[in-house]
Design a binder for this molecule. Structure first.
Ligand code: GLN
Length: 574
């Protein structure tokens, strides 16, 4: 029998970043989570964003990248997607905190008179609210990894950094670890690795009162011992705790790269955690499969309007990578701007593709181009996966070209009167923009004998949603009479969740977002099905290359697998 006298405090690891944004803090935190979980620790991850939006749901994907939706329907930062893909953790609304949320809570308390006439200030009221949120998320866990968004030196990050500085006192030094991610650039001209940006970044942090315990230095090569010693000296850190975060060909190599330098071992030692390492076989296997594909490369076209910022489709592109791993094939993702597609150029733009995917989207810009792409996939037997708007447009395309409803549209796009896709009654009354869509996990029943049922291998599924519009039930019969198959339903709400067509190798669409539930170790069946059908299509037309064409050699795949931040173009590979 175990006797517990005192409740053990969780351990807290705070990850900050310096020098530049987009160094890969999110992936670092996620990889750290993977390594600690691998040691049998019960972990959680949290992201703190210094912007004033309450959540990223209202932000343009061009600015912020993808909005990641959790099971409980929170619209969160895309780094939460990395956390879930790399670990077994299921994240909730409270795992993503923005300055907007913190201020909203504090101001609401003030309006309710909860501060008893006191002056409400950043310190202590905002910092207390931040600390309280960290403690709540860490409750019952062995370790909580908390990533602070932004770069040290930003005005907005200050309340968060001040809160974590205080946190070390509150929780006890032995329970808190500060990790700082910086850049150590290699200057080709002088042939040197430069440490000054790192020195300055750590100085900035120390000015705020935070002495990092461990430095992760993003670079394109391993940092030699003498340079590590120099960084250690200037940054007041043991040289052993200066770790190289080297660029790698794909993000799933990051845990292994950090493991090989003993990162988890060092962290556990520092925090007094005794769990033993168990080896990292499962990650090694993923890396091995990625580097030695047996088929491909297949070319999947993602047809959308946010193609200039690939971070906008992060979970979709990662889900394709997971499916490629499952099919042991290499993958070349082509991002195709739907605004450029017309009936006359569709063949030249999409003709070479092995498969087509239309991901989620909002508004009417680029919609007609997506419809051209979907029609092309349907008529030319090209494997197609339609996600959310990708289902809605597939239904509209079918209505227009197979049922003769020429004016078929969605109420979101135009006012033709033929709203094949429409707002539900309860959505018509919604005036507020933020957080007002159908969000989060819903159950869906699959039609026996359908492709959907075959691909999933079960009758009832649960998937995450983020949309306002639905298939209009008034048109269901006429569409079904013309051959459309509605193969997934929300029985409770009487809504269509999946649509497919017959006599096609793979034409499957869903109202929900399957990409949010895909992981390298449990690839999502809808993506696995698309990639499998695409490989088969290429093999049938004699296009697939023989085994041994390494995924790493593929230029466009490399770019896609880059480790990027949230605001800018994908950064260099890690
Ligand atoms: N704009 C559509 C809707 O709100 C589709 C949303 C999406 O693709 N996520 O219903």
């Amino acid at each position: 029998m175990k006797l517990r006298t005192k409740k053990k405090s969780p351990k807290y690891i705070f990850v900050t970043g310096g020098v530049l944004s987009s160094l890969g803090k999110g992936l670092t935190a996620a990889s750290l989570g993977a390594l600690l979980e691998n040691r049998g620790l019960n972990i959680t991850l949290m992201k703190m964003d210094p912007y004033l939006n309450v959540d990223p749901g209202t932000m343009n994907p061009f600015q912020h990248g993808e909005v990641f939706v959790t099971e409980d329907g929170a619209e969160t930062d895309l780094d939460l997607g990395h956390y879930e893909r790399f670990t077994n953790v299921s994240l909730k609304r409270e795992n993503s905190v923005s300055a907007g949320q913190v201020y909203e809570t504090v101001i609401a308390k003030e309006r309710n008179g909860e501060y008893l006439g006191g002056t409400v200030q950043v310190i202590p009221h905002i910092t207390d609210e931040i600390k309280q949120r960290v403690r709540k998320v860490a409750e019952g866990k062995d370790v909580a990894i908390i990533e602070i968004g932004g770069t040290v030196g930003d005005i907005e990050s200050l309340p968060f950094l001040e809160a974590i500085r205080q946190f070390r006192f509150d929780a006890g030094e032995e329970n808190v670890l500060f990790i700082h991610l910086t850049l150590v650039p290699f200057l080709g001209l002088s042939g040197e690795l430069k440490t000054k940006p790192t020195q300055h970044s750590v100085q900035k942090l120390r000015e705020i009162g935070i002495q990092p315990d461990l430095l992760l230095c993003r670079t394109d090569r391993f940092i030699p011992k003498d340079i590590r010693a120099k960084i250690a000296l200037f940054c007041n850190i043991n040289a052993d705790l200066v770790i190289t975060a080297k660029d790698v060909a794909n993000i799933y190599e990051v845990p292994m790269m950090l493991y090989e330098q003993g990162l988890d071992e060092k962290i556990c030692k520092k925090l007094g955690l005794s769990q033993r390492s168990r080896g990292l076989q499962k990650w090694a296997k993923v890396v091995e499969t990625l580097s030695k594909p047996k088929a491909g490369p297949i070319q999947i076209g993602i047809v959308g309007k946010y193609v200039d910022l690939k971070e906008s489709y992060k979970s979709v592109s990662e889900a394709l990578v997971h499916a490629a791993i499952a099919n042991q094939c290499s993958l070349d993702i082509q991002y195709i701007d739907s605004e450029k597609i017309t009936a006359s150029n569709v063949e030249s733009l999409l003709g070479g593709l092995s498969g087509i995917l239309v991901p989620g989207g909002f508004g009417n810009r680029g919609v007609e181009g997506k419809i051209c792409a979907i029609r092309y996939a349907r008529e030319n037997q090209v494997p197609y996966l339609g996600i959310c708007i990708g289902l809605q447009l597939a239904v509209i395309e079918f209505a227009r070209h197979k049922c003769g409803i020429a004016k078929a549209t969605s109420r979101e796009f135009s006012n033709t009167g033929e709203f094949i896709i429409d707002l539900m009654e309860d959505q018509r009354r919604v005036a507020r923009v933020g957080g007002s869509m159908r969000l989060g996990l819903y159950e869906c029943k699959l039609t026996p004998g359908s492709l959907a049922e075959k691909v999933y291998g079960k009758r009832v599924i649960q998937e995450r949603h983020r949309h306002r519009y639905e298939v209009n039930n008034h048109y269901r019969k006429v569409l079904e009479d013309s051959g459309i198959v509605f193969s997934g339903h929300n029985a409770e709400m009487g809504l269509v969740e999946m649509m497919e067509i017959k006599n096609h190798p793979y034409f499957l669409t869903c109202q929900f977002h399957p990409e949010f539930r895909s992981k390298p170790f449990s690839p999502h069946p809808l993506f696995v099905g698309l990639v499998k059908a695409s490989v088969e299509k290429d093999q049938a037309r004699g296009k697939s290359k023989p085994a041994g064409d390494s995924l790493k050699k593929n230029g466009s795949t490399r770019a896609r697998l880059s480790r990027g931040g949230t605001k800018s173009q994908p950064s260099a590979t890690l």
